[in-house]
Design a protein around this ligand. Structure first.
Ligand SMILES: *Cc1c(COP(=O)(O)O)cnc(C)c1O
Length: 428
């Protein structure tokens, strides 16, 4: 499907899906199933040797989950994708084929708080290191690279501040260093941003957010552009060296542009087991069908609410790249012409205390540590999602203690504005 001339609105409904071969069912069935019957012993052997593609066991592949993987790959313009149990699992799974103990990645300081924590502490136990840097300082990004650097990692639109990343500039550096550029495209979704078209190698998602769009399931996805030349250096032995657990098979040599995707399934899911459940894939498939419509409404509502907040006396500042006052406005217009997303923060003149009171006083907004829901959500990042970060990390991530983060939903914008107005009146 990825090669067809269909437009985005068509692909989000049809890519990866076909009438069920057994029943003709038009909607993708939930294959709530763990094992698959082999035709005979030779068929089983061919599947286990990766000589034939098919279904063995749902830790590796499942028809409902594969439909979602194909759909997201198609929407992102990639050659293949692997769905995972969560967005955080997708990040570990994305790095796993690239990294050996002692290797490092260069990561943006402006990342989802949980990702900063995962990269600061947890990946160290694998012997991996993340070197954080302001990705607007391109010279500093390049200066951090050394012989053990294996990837550059950033978010397209960075949660919580609504900061927008210059993906083409980072892609150029990644190309010079000779490592993949990994973009977390969760907050933008492929409707607002297609990182692969801007030179990214790999895209990761928390499908929990806009792709599902209704706050029902946790999930993740890794999309590969198929464009990275693994054989150009000896830095990625998992991709290029004989794999002992597959009789010495070499992924890059055997699978070409599909090498990274096959590795993700055959090694990553097989041995790490961070598998998406078919029921979750089904709910996310339903969400993808309306992605473009929802994103247009998310953006329109975010623009209306941000513009109203910016004019309000009780508000110190609003960081939304869709506002002309944003330092990233021009970059957003150039790279993200369909809109700068629906996540942003605003600072209250009343500081930390006023923020906590607003969170306690909203009626329509929900106080929730999630984003990309059809419902509008509010959170005080400094005391919740970014709580584990140091004050310096909070500031760098755009999660100042006087700031509230909004994930603007698809309700009537006037109702959202009225709710914030009454909550701020109670708080200040
Ligand atoms: C939520 C989120 C994650 C983590 O995803 P989970 O599905 O919660 O594991 C990673 N990156 C971004 C940008 C997110 O918003």
């Amino acid at each position: 499907m990825a090669e067809t001339p269909y437009g985005f609105d068509t692909l989000q409904i049809h890519a990866g899906a076909r009438p069920d071969p057994a029943t003709g069912a038009r909607q993708t069935p939930i294959y709530q199933n763990s094992g698959y019957v082999f035709r005979d012993a030779d068929h089983a052997a061919a599947l286990f040797n990766l000589q034939e593609v098919g279904y063995i066991y749902s830790r590796l592949t499942n028809p409902t989950v594969m439909t979602l993987a194909e759909r997201i790959a198609s929407l992102e313009g990639g050659v293949g994708a692997v769905c995972t149990s969560s967005g955080h699992a997708a990040q570990i799974m994305a790095l796993f084929p690239l990294m050996q103990p002692g290797d490092n990645i260069i990561a943006s300081t402006r990342l989802y708080g949980g990702t900063v924590t995962q990269f600061t502490h947890t990946i160290r136990r694998f012997g991996w290191e993340a070197r954080f840097v302001d990705t607007d300082d391109l010279a500093a990004v390049e200066a951090l690279a050394d012989g053990r650097t294996r990837a550059i990692f950033a978010e397209s639109i960075a949660n919580p501040g609504g900061y927008v990343t210059d993906i083409p500039a980072l892609a150029e550096i990644a190309g010079r260093i000779g490592v993949p550029l990994i973009i977390d495209n969760t907050s933008a979704s492929p409707y607002l941003c297609r990182p692969i078209e801007m030179g990214a190698t790999i895209v990761v998602h928390s499908t929990t957010k806009f792709l599902t769009g209704n706050g029902t399931v946790i999930g993740g996805c890794i999309v590969d552009s198929g464009k990275f030349d693994w054989l150009a250096s000896d830095r990625f032995p998992s991709m290029t060296e004989p794999e002992p657990a597959y009789h010495g098979l070499k992924f890059a040599e055997t699978f070409g542009p599909m090498a990274y995707t096959f590795h993700g399934i055959a090694i990553g899911l097989r041995d790490l087991g961070m598998t998406m459940a078919p029921q979750n894939a089904f709910l996310t498939l339903l969400g993808t069908e309306t992605l473009s419509l929802r994103m247009q409404k998310h953006v329109a509502n975010a623009e209306a609410v941000a513009a109203w907040l910016e004019k309000d006396d009780r508000v110190e500042s609003v960081t939304y790249a869709g506002l002309a006052s944003s330092p990233w406005y021009d970059r957003a217009k150039r790279l993200y012409p369909r809109g700068a997303g629906s996540l942003f923060t605003f600072a209250l003149k009343g500081g930390y205390d006023a923020c906590v009171k607003v969170v306690n006083s909203v009626e329509l907004f929900s106080h929730v540590a999630n984003l990309g829901d059809a419902r509008s959500l509010i959170i005080h990042s400094a005391s919740t999602t970014h709580r584990q970060l140091t004050p310096e990390q909070q500031k760098a991530a755009g999660a100042d203690p006087s700031m509230l983060r909004l994930s603007i939903g698809i309700e009537d914008p006037a109702d959202l504005i009225n709710d914030l107005d009454q909550a701020m009146a109670k708080a200040m």
